[in-house]
Design a binder for this molecule. Structure first.
Ligand SMILES: Nc1ncnc2c1ncn2[C@@H]1O[C@H](COP(=O)(O)OP(=O)(O)OP(=O)(O)O)[C@@H](O)[C@H]1O
Length: 269
């Protein structure tokens, strides 16, 4: 079966600087892949390039096939269609995904209606409302009716991230990209959101491209990892192999740093 996401020789940069260099990775339907590496190693740019969402001033070369479509160089119209169906993303800061002036329910209704239209279905207002509430229940938001009427600033950070996840799910994507989805949240909420994401991805058989600094969380969430350093892939493989028998010194140092932090936290408990 062909890969859902097939990145080959991806290079991203400005006219003066190469930021991601010759990255290749592939992700099958329903598969979960982690991208790890120190800050600035190119994880987010790789994920953004996979969706054709690079910031202005950066350009990509190489090939990114998403659901069989070429993303590199594709016109916005084609990319919009792919982003509404094949791929959706959840980022570190939910406020970047949410419109501050729109009630949470409407924000989720919009991608739901768009997705239905693409599938050739027109939803009635009551069907849309029901589907929004169902999604809010799926992401375990308390009191979904109240949340649907609330504006983002009236929600907690964890609730906002759940609304952002509901928006991503509303597109029914085959691939979910989660870029540090819990970093901005307190520790208890982080754990809840991770359990939620893990359940949703498995229940819906979505593929997951998961970016995180938290290596124990990565180990529990994904099947394979790709290790990036200064924009290049240094190591890739099943998570059990890479985390127990790292081959590259850089991976060894990442794991040692994670262990040191864990020991330090353990000492404080
Ligand atoms: N718009 C931009 N213009 C120029 N350089 C950029 C831009 N965005 C990112 N970079 C640079 O590209 C490199 C890779 O950035 P990227 O955000 O992909 O790193 P990352 O691995 O996701 O880091 P972090 O874990 O801190 O989020 C960094 O050196 C960063 O400074």
């Amino acid at each position: 079966m062909s890969a859902l996401l097939d990145i080959r020789g991806l290079t991203v940069g400005t006219p003066h600087e190469t930021l991601v260099s010759d990255v290749s990775l592939a992700l099958g339907h329903g598969e979960r892949l982690g991208l790890i590496g120190e800050s600035g190693s190119g994880k987010s740019l790789t994920a953004l390039a996979a969706m054709g969402l690079l910031p202005a001033g950066l350009s990509a070369r190489g090939s990114v096939l998403l659901a069989g479509r070429q993303v590199v160089g594709a016109p916005d119209r084609e990319l919009d269609a792919l982003r509404g169906t094949a791929v959706a993303a959840v980022f570190q800061e939910p406020l970047t995904a949410l419109d501050p002036l729109m009630r949470a329910g409407r924000q989720v209704a919009e991608p739901l209606v768009r997705r239905a239209r693409r599938d050739g279905r027109a939803l009635s207002a009551s069907e849309v409302n029901r589907a929004v509430i169902d999604l809010f229940e799926d992401v375990a938001l308390p009191d979904p009716l109240r949340i649907a009427r609330a504006y983002p600033h009236e929600l907690s950070g964890g609730q906002r991230q759940r609304v952002a996840i509901a928006m991503a799910l509303a597109c029914r994507p085959s691939l979910l990209i989660a870029d540090e989805p819990t970093t901005a949240l307190d520790v208890t909420t982080q754990a809840e959101i991770l359990v939620l994401l893990d359940r949703l991805v498995r229940e819906r058989n979505m593929a997951l491209l998961f970016i995180s600094h938290d290596l124990p969380v990565v180990a529990n969430t994904v099947e394979r990892v790709v290790v990036l350093r200064r924009g290049e892939v240094v190591e890739a493989g099943p998570v059990a192999d890479v985390f127990t028998r790292p081959r590259h010194d850089y991976t060894k140092s990442l794991l040692a740093a994670a262990r040191k932090l864990d020991d330090a936290l353990e000492g404080r408990r």
